[in-house]
Design a protein around this ligand. Structure first.
Ligand SMILES: Cc1cc2nc3c(=O)[nH]c(=O)nc-3n(C[C@H](O)[C@H](O)[C@H](O)COP(=O)(O)OP(=O)(O)OC[C@H]3O[C@@H](n4cnc5c(N)ncnc54)[C@H](O)[C@@H]3O)c2cc1C
Length: 465
């Protein structure tokens, strides 16, 4: 792409002089590295990439973009890069260098700059016996994850991460830094908590931490040939467990690579992964029915809260992952059979991991003062992903994930989980209808020109009239 197709070199030089962080245009050495997302399956080609070092940089970059008629795509890690619209002509505004985190144990709160990754919060919080509502991965960004809801190991007890946000600092498309909390900027405060990042560039989030230091957690591995027996048993068992226990049933095909330990390398398993906020004694009693099935490997142990982000064995380095997910209103036996027919034992599939997360508990109850995802009516959520280093493999993974979702349509909950839909579907597809309607009104107030490119686009209310 010629630089003149997008933004003049002289303009990029002006921007460079305005911000402390690095700026890359398509002709610059380093542009390819700068535009690279954590998810290597995303091929982002913005007109310019800005690495903000501070709030001042964000404000200046936003004002520059708007004065040059450019749209802006805020991004931290790029774990969620696949759902983005094409970035042609746009500014990719990366916050990855803004990773300062402060923990305030006396008020059980943390403040994380927009580029913080979960480990930046969970590790210092645990020094005070506190836990954040992180997800399965240590290096997913706090901001993108939380703006999209945030569904982790403590969710059945404490709900979505978004509903534990107590304040947000955001630069709106007109270049103003705004602080929104329960008493200020009610619309922004509501919208960013689960409605995604469509209103501006978030520069920091504040969130409640919870007194959880140790947990009883681990995984039971069975050969995939036992998938039907194990998943049906797991499904029945989920009806019996307390909110303090969150579990995920999973089919996992381990790649034949050195990073995977020998007994697991290149093999396929059915797993039950679980985390319990309680003692080892009561945790062991809870998982006894599944343990009685005789797993080949049992990793349950007492762990510290930050170790939760290793339980699911998410990749620690960038990978090309292509997947899709769906909320399920119910998971009767024939829904499990449907999953097994498409991705169970004996089936050739490009989907390395298919997980079903048990929801309910606090997720099913409307959170006090909630944001755009007040509660989740679905009882389970499914997510399927393939590692896809080539375009053909990406297509295959996408096709198989879609087929799985379509086959589960009879149990579909109506809308999908924001963070697990990896296509550029409109926000309408990933939010409750009432929330989407309100979000469109708010978008019309703060970003009528759709200057902000977000994971799932929100059409401003006026545009649709
Ligand atoms: C390995 C892996 C594990 C995961 N585990 C979970 C899980 O357990 N639970 C769960 O809920 N999700 C999970 N996800 C999904 C994840 O939450 C989403 O992909 C999320 O968008 C990632 O956020 P990020 O900031 O890392 O990614 P990014 O790609 O940097 O951001 C994603 C989107 O968030 C918005 N955004 C990010 N930063 C800003 C900002 N500063 N201002 C405004 N908008 C912003 C933008 O719309 C951006 O496109 C996982 C994803 C992966 C790849």
């Amino acid at each position: 792409m010629a630089i003149s197709d997008t933004i003049a070199t002289s303009s990029i030089d002006v921007l460079r002089a305005m911000v402390a962080g690095d700026v890359y245009g398509p002709g610059d050495h380093g542009y390819d590295q700068a535009r690279r997302a954590w998810d290597l399956a995303a091929d982002q080609r913005p007109a310019v990439v800005v690495f903000a070092e501070s709030v001042v940089d964000v404000v200046r970059a936003v004002r520059f973009a708007r004065s040059h008629g450019m749209r802006i795509a805020p991004q931290g890690t790029g774990h969620g890069a696949l759902p983005l619209e094409v970035l042609e002509g746009a500014m990719l505004l990366r916050t990855s260098r803004m990773r300062r985190v402060d923990v305030f144990p006396a008020i059980q709160t943390a403040r994380a700059e927009a580029g913080a990754q979960w480990e930046d919060v969970t590790v210092p919080a645990s020094e005070y016996g506190l836990a954040a509502l992180a997800g399965s991965s240590s290096n997913v960004g706090v901001t993108g994850y939380t703006l999209g809801g945030g569904l982790g190991w403590l969710a059945r007890r404490y709900g979505l991460a978004a509903n534990s946000v107590t304040a947000v600092e955001i630069v709106t498309p007109d270049g103003r830094l705004v602080r929104a909390d329960a008493d200020h900027e009610a619309d922004i405060f509501w919208a960013v908590r689960g409605g995604g990042g469509s209103l501006g560039v978030v520069t920091a989030l504040e969130m409640t931490l919870y007194p959880v230091s140790e947990l009883y957690a681990g995984a039971l591995f069975f050969p995939i040939e036992r998938a039907a027996e194990v998943l049906h048993a797991w499904r029945r068992w989920t009806d019996t467990v307390p909110d303090e226990l969150t579990s995920w049933g999973r089919l996992l095909r381990m790649p034949p690579i050195d990073e995977v330990p020998e007994p697991l390398r290149g093999r396929a398993f059915v797993l039950v992964e679980a985390a319990y906020m309680g003692t080892a004694l009561s945790g062991a009693a809870l998982i006894r029915p599944l343990r009685a099935l005789g797993p080949e490997l049992d990793t349950f142990a007492v762990i510290q809260a930050p170790a939760l982000q290793r339980l699911h064995m998410d990749p620690e380095s960038p990978v090309p992952g292509v997947g899709d997910g769906a909320f399920l209103a119910a998971l009767p036996a024939n829904a499990i059979d449907t999953v097994l027919a498409l991705v169970g034992p004996g089936v050739q599939t490009p989907l390395q991991s298919v997980e079903i997360r048990h929801l309910g508990g606090a997720l099913a109850r409307e959170a006090v003062g909630a944001g755009a995802q007040p509660k989740i009516d679905a009882r389970y959520v499914i997510f399927a992903v393939g590692i896809a280093p080539t375009a053909e493999l990406a297509d295959a993974a996408r096709t198989h994930a879609r087929a799985l979702k379509e086959a589960l349509a009879p149990w579909h909950a109506g809308y999908d989980y924001y963070n697990f839909v990896e296509t550029p579907a409109e926000a309408e597809v990933v939010l409750p209808p009432a929330s989407y309607r309100r979000l469109r009104e708010i978008k019309a107030t703060y970003d009528p020109d759709q200057a902000i490119i977000s994971a799932h686009p929100v059409r401003p209310a006026e545009a649709a009239r």
